[in-house]
Design a protein around this ligand. Structure first.
Ligand code: NAP
Length: 530
């Protein structure tokens, strides 16, 4: 008999909710978390400026109407410490701490076919057995530091934003380099510029960013909004992104140019990426429509950055807007008007080496006291691939995913009985409001497990043919859009040698939920219950 019904890897939003959901269903469950606190990405990414780009009213659990009513967010977009406070509140409120084991990294998990259970090994040398194994490792948790020659000789301190020192870093009076201008780099750079003697921003690819227009939440607005929270959540579940967005419903290419400018400016002034990109129906599928929106955004950079040469370097041209995750910032572009900020283009003059006192590029040398890597993640599959997971017949998950991660329905990899991946490859995951997608997945997995257990089945397996068909569908939907045109982490292009496969499901949160529900209603079609 297994020690646990369910072992969960990770205690971020997904792991915390999994503990609650399985325990409430009467199963024994334990989450193993590598960090010394819960929160996952919100625990590790405690760099200055870290803030969610989904509004707090959306980026919060919906499973408890009481929690929803009682908790008050202070801002439209919550900062990292507030998200972490929220998760700790949830863990306390629902009594989840006894089933969460901190400071414990899962290093291996092996399927024991004879006993129909997983054997889970942790870095404290312990082994636990569980009937079901749930990966809640997150899509953006395996951080990557580029291998720069000479980094080990650097006499200053260097940091990756995803392993930020918990008691902070004081950059006052220092010369600091930031490598990376994605969502993270764009958030941290203005914070460093405000205190450093000089900030050098090393940019490989210029990125698009929309304003947040972040602001404190007005208590009267909050009261009125919360009065109808339930129906808002329902709309979110049925929406495309997991956030109800009102678009014009029209293609940009059919709209008079002046009207497009008016619509985009209105949304630009209101802030937020989803309503902006969602204004027109063709922006993410038609290159010409996309270019209209891209040029609108370039105009905003031109009018913000006073030095035309710097503005020119900041204009994004390498990919269709939205095909990489759209960044959000209220102060990134204006930061380049500060006398203590220099933009260095490392596309035309790549970094060649790091030495004791600074960083060398093909054209220049920059003396630095500190270096910050905002260089992203081995996304979607990286965290699971770093665990030695062995399925049926001892096959390694990293081998099964060698040509790109695969699952049936975004949740179960074929060949790995009783293993479920929350917001796995092939699910809307990073292309949605993650908290809502996490809830949908955890509840679907819980119901599947209860279905199997209730009927006396020991195993749930995805049919390889079902996995093939699902991944073909994921690919077909993706290639009908502009997304595959960007060298993004969505396709693994940021990791040298990673196979280029587009794995998030772009079919929409609402239709995806309906598909998952239909699979369940048909007796878990595409699965073998053994
Ligand atoms: P990212 O989007 O992958 O950006 C990494 C940056 O580092 C890019 O500018 C990339 O340049 C650069 N880079 C990577 N390797 C490099 C190398 N070897 N040499 C030079 N430059 C290199 O990573 P991220 O900014 O951490 O964001 C990842 C995701 O996390 C986001 O897309 C978002 O989904 C999430 N996130 C969300 C928030 C939020 O909610 N507001 C905040 C932070 C992160 P290239 O573009 O040329 O590859």
């Amino acid at each position: 008999m297994a020690d646990l019904d369910v072992a969960v890897i990770g205690a971020g939003f997904a792991g915390v909710y999994a503990v609650h959901a399985f325990r409430s269903a009467g199963l024994t469950v334990r989450a193993f978390e590598a960090g010394s606190g819960i929160g996952g990405t919100w625990f590790w990414n405690c760099y200055p400026g870290a803030r969610c780009d989904v509004e707090s009213k959306d980026y919060s659990y919906s499973f408890s109407p009481e929690l929803e009513q009682d908790w008050s967010w202070s801002e439209r977009y919550p900062a990292q410490p507030e998200v972490l406070r929220y998760l700790n509140h949830v863990a306390g409120r629902f009594g989840l701490w006894p089933d969460i084991q901190l400071d414990t990294r899962v290093t291996a998990a092996a399927w024991d076919a004879r006993r129909s259970q997983w054997s889970v090994t942790t870095d404290d040398g312990q082994q636990r057995t569980a009937r079901f194994l749930i990966s809640a490792v997150g899509c953006l948790s395996a951080y990557q530091v580029p291998s720069l020659p000479g980094l080990e000789t650097f006499a200053g301190r260097w940091y990756h934003t995803s392993r930020w020192p918990r008691d902070g870093v004081d950059f006052t009076g220092q010369r600091v380099g930031v490598i990376g201008t994605g969502s993270t780099g764009i958030q941290i750079a203005p914070e460093i510029a405000a205190v450093a003697e000089h900030l050098y921003v090393f940019q490989r690819t210029a990125n698009f960013a929309v304003p947040n227009r972040n602001a404190p939440l007005d208590p009267d607005w909050e009261r009125a909004f919360k009065a109808d929270y339930r129906s808002y959540r329902k709309q979110a579940q049925e929406s495309f992104l997991g956030v109800p967005i009102t678009g014009t419903g029209r293609p940009a290419l059919a709209e008079p140019p002046a009207e497009i400018q008016r619509t985009l400016m209105e949304r630009w002034q209101a802030g937020g990426g989803m309503p902006f990109l969602g204004a027109y129906t063709d922006v993410l599928v038609d290159r010409a429509a996309n270019e209209i929106v891209a040029e609108f955004m370039r105009d905003r950079i031109r009018e913000t950055v006073t030095d035309p040469a710097v503005a020119g370097q900041l204009l994004p041209r390498a990919y269709p807007v939205g095909a990489k995750r759209l960044c959000q910032s209220d102060d990134y572009f204006a930061m380049f008007n500060r006398p203590n900020v220099t933009l260095a283009d490392i596309r035309s003059a790549p970094v060649t080496a790091v030495s004791a006192r600074g960083l060398h590029t093909a054209e220049s040398y920059y003396e630095l006291d500190a270096l910050v890597f905002a260089t992203g993640f081995d996304a979607i599959s990286g965290a699971l691939n770093r665990i030695d997971i062995r399925g049926a017949g001892g096959a390694a998950l990293s081998d099964a995913w060698a040509a790109g991660p695969r699952t049936y329905l975004g949740v179960v990899p074929a060949g790995f009985p009783n293993l479920f991946v929350v917001t796995g490859p092939g699910s809307p995951s990073v292309f949605s409001n993650m908290v809502l997608s996490i809830e949908q997945h955890v509840e679907w997995i819980r119901d599947c497990v209860l279905h199997a257990v209730g009927r006396g089945h020991a195993t749930v397996e995805a049919k390889p043919s079902a996995e093939d068909a699902w991944m073909a569908h994921v690919t077909e939907v993706a290639y009908a859009t502009l997304f595959p045109l960007a060298d993004s982490w969505y396709v693994g292009a940021n990791i040298p040698g990673k196979p280029r496969v587009f794995t998030p499901y772009l079919g929409g949160v609402g239709p995806y939920r309906a598909r998952c529900d239909a699979v369940a209603a048909a007796g878990y079609e595409g699965f073998v219950l053994g």
